[in-house]
Design a protein around this ligand. Structure first.
Ligand SMILES: Cc1cc2nc3c(=O)[nH]c(=O)nc-3n(C[C@H](O)[C@H](O)[C@H](O)COP(=O)(O)OP(=O)(O)OC[C@H]3O[C@@H](n4cnc5c(N)ncnc54)[C@H](O)[C@@H]3O)c2cc1C
Length: 370
């Protein structure tokens, strides 16, 4: 491809790969970095997500994963400001918060509220009267609602902004797939791509759902697979709802700025199946319309299929390889990769540059002997 040798070669051009490159370059501007990957594949995760930044509605126990996600939410405003200052490409971001209707959580409702109190999570309980004032278009059947202080981002704009930032920072972005590696004992010397060889000092595997395929080329077996999600986006004016809505097996994410509402999503263990089923999309809309009735007649803008990279224990895989001297992983971000992006980028920059004080054992590649 070229005669350059890179300090760091990141394999994967989704939000995870680009954000690692972005943070590394901010931390050490001298680094020569390449990001490899076919951006079309990112349509299936980084650009397929709903953009919910929801550590509180997604988690129900205060473990390491929860703390990491919570820290990441806190880092979002600064991360996006830094990103904008480099890319000049705006990203819609809101901290208006999320709503959880009690009608969807009957048996776990008291438990959820106790969790919010115990973990000091910013939240308010809204009576049906207050719901009517604050979110008048919600169905009266929602009952009592909890407002939770979390966020929403337009993940497609964030991915665009990251890709622009990479180019502006002089990161070499190569739209090519890696098909193999040349190794010398336990050191990776170069990656082979359909556009030629890429020589690097360190390699980062950030290839989402495709990470296990790539790792198998290195004779490493990552227990990770794609979990398919079908979703859609409908046209409805912004004023219908400012909040992200978390129901049971349904969510509604406002993309605002006239971009309508994203409705999600299925969880299907069906490999790399790209199919979209109209009847599934209709069911998603029906379920969401029970909470926000205006969705029932809102025109469909698009529907799509995404792939969540899920490790066997559903934890991210982040850190240094135990098998290769110069290989690092950041994958398996499953349902929360958009949320984890800022904290993950900081963490991985520390791991790769060797400045990280404490490894998070729950996330370590060591647990799978990778
Ligand atoms: C339906 C759905 C809804 C979601 N909603 C949310 C949400 O609301 N909030 C949230 O936080 N998260 C959400 N997620 C999860 C989030 O989207 C993912 O965790 C995150 O995008 C993973 O990012 P990634 O960069 O690792 O993967 P990807 O975006 O999949 O990127 C992987 C990259 O690897 C590259 N690649 C693959 N194979 C090769 C190869 N051989 N050579 C070179 N490059 C290669 C691809 O080209 C691609 O660029 C959702 C996911 C889905 C599917």
């Amino acid at each position: 491809m070229n005669n350059e040798d890179f300090d760091i070669v990141v394999i994967g051009s989704g939000v995870i790969g680009h954000s690692i490159a972005f943070r590394l370059k901010q931390d050490d501007p001298q680094l020569k970095i390449a990001v490899l990957g076919d951006s079309v594949n990112s349509l299936q995760a980084s650009r397929a997500a709903a953009g919910m930044l929801a550590p509180f509605c997604e988690c129900d126990q205060a473990d390491t994963f929860f703390s990491f996600c919570r820290e990441s939410l806190d880092k979002f405003p600064k991360f996006l400001a830094e990103l904008f200052s480099v890319s000049g490409s705006p990203v819609h971001f809101s901290l208006a918060g999320s709503l959880m209707p009690s009608s969807n959580f009957l048996e776990t409702w008291e438990e959820r509220k106790t969790f919010f109190v115990r973990e000091n999570i910013p939240h308010e309980i809204w009576s049906t009267e207050k719901v009517h004032q604050k979110a008048p278009y919600l169905s009266a059947d929602c009952g009592e609602v909890v407002w939770v202080g979390e966020g929403q981002v337009n993940n497609r704009q964030m991915h665009d902004s990251l890709m622009i930032a990479s180019k502006k920072l002089g990161i070499h972005v190569l739209e090519a797939n890696v098909s193999g590696f040349i190794r010398e004992d336990s050191t990776i010397a170069l990656a082979m791509t359909d556009a030629g060889k890429v020589v690097g000092n360190k390699f980062v595997l950030a290839s989402g759902s495709w990470s296990s395929q790539l790792a198998s080329v290195l004779e490493v077996s990552i227990p990770l697979k794609p979990i398919k999600g079908q979703m859609c986006r409908v046209q409805l004016d912004d004023h219908f709802m400012n909040y992200t809505l978390h129901g049971r097996l349904t969510y509604i994410a406002p993309w605002r700025e006239g971009n309508g509402f994203v409705i999600g999503s299925t969880m299907e263990d069906r490999g790399f199946d790209p199919s979209i089923e109209n009847e599934v999309i209709d069911r998603l809309i029906d379920k969401a319309a029970k909470i926000l009735p205006a969705l029932k007649t809102a025109p469909l803008i698009e529907s799509w299929t995404g792939l969540r990279p899920a490790a066997e224990d559903l934890m991210p895989i982040m850190g240094k390889s135990t098998k290769y001297d110069n290989l690092f992983y950041s994958s398996g971000h499953y349902r929360n990769g958009i949320l984890m992006t800022p904290n993950q980028a900081d963490y991985m920059s520390g791991v790769i540059r060797g400045t990280l004080a404490n490894e998070i054992l729950e996330f370590s590649p060591n647990r799978y002997n990778l």
